[in-house]
Design a protein around this ligand. Sequence first.
Ligand SMILES: [Fe+2]
Length: 293
Amino acid sequence: MFSDDTQVLREISKKIEKIPPLPKIPQQAMQLMMKSEFNMKELSDIISQDQALTIKILRWANSAYYGIGNPVNSIHQAVTYLGEHIIWSLLLTSSISSVLMQPLPGYDMEVGSLWKHSLHTAIIARELMIKRDEKMAEEAYTGGLLCDIGKIAMDVAWQEHKAENVDTVKEEDSPLDFIFVEQSLFGINHTIIGSKIAEIWGFPTTFQETIRYHHTPSRSEKNPIITSAVHISDVIVNCLGIGIGIDGLQYYFEPFAMQQLGLDYKDIVDFMDNVVDLLKEIEDLMGFPLTSS
Ligand SMILES: [Fe+2]
């Protein structure tokens, strides 16, 4: 799977192979949506084959957060009213929650920590983009939800490596960001692994690139604005201490990302002042805790 053949890479490859595929119905629906043209009736027909998924999407569609106003009673109505970009985000959120829910002992992350971190990163990334463009906002949401997926496989390497070694590497190499710690210790990091998992799952290359460069958005060629939004959101969620592990506060805002989004540090501070209230507000509007699946 990787060009180098070290013990740690073999273990990571084995772990990637064990990650379950996305559930069948959401995956079929998302594959349909990845085509250049598709029929919304066909999409709702696929979704309606999964009763639990249908109920979940109807619940979201009827929440105040999406502000439709009129009651939505059928999945076809939900698909039509919410539109393809929001439906994509809901399908992904629903299908990936169980994968992200697992504990990551190597990262010192308990059950639900990665899910909580990813969901908050997704929501804040969307908020950063929503005034610019709805499609880009939902792409930023997807990027936020998937950005740390590589940690699921990278965790096996951290389980072998004692967390105290992070400080040693920091002193020796003075890394600016946690991915450089991983790169120094293991010759790979969770962004590379995450983009590989997204490729295996069949996600478009733009999402693979956002995952690959969410710590270093200035290296993103295809998708610098979305990748920058995910980067800033990820750092904000880390600063807020939501779902963090041994990587703790070892993240920084890349100036390139701030420029891409036209933000300065005062904007970020103001945004962070409001973000906790915003997350609470979204939770109230959704009518259930964000951390529930
Ligand atoms: Fe990350």
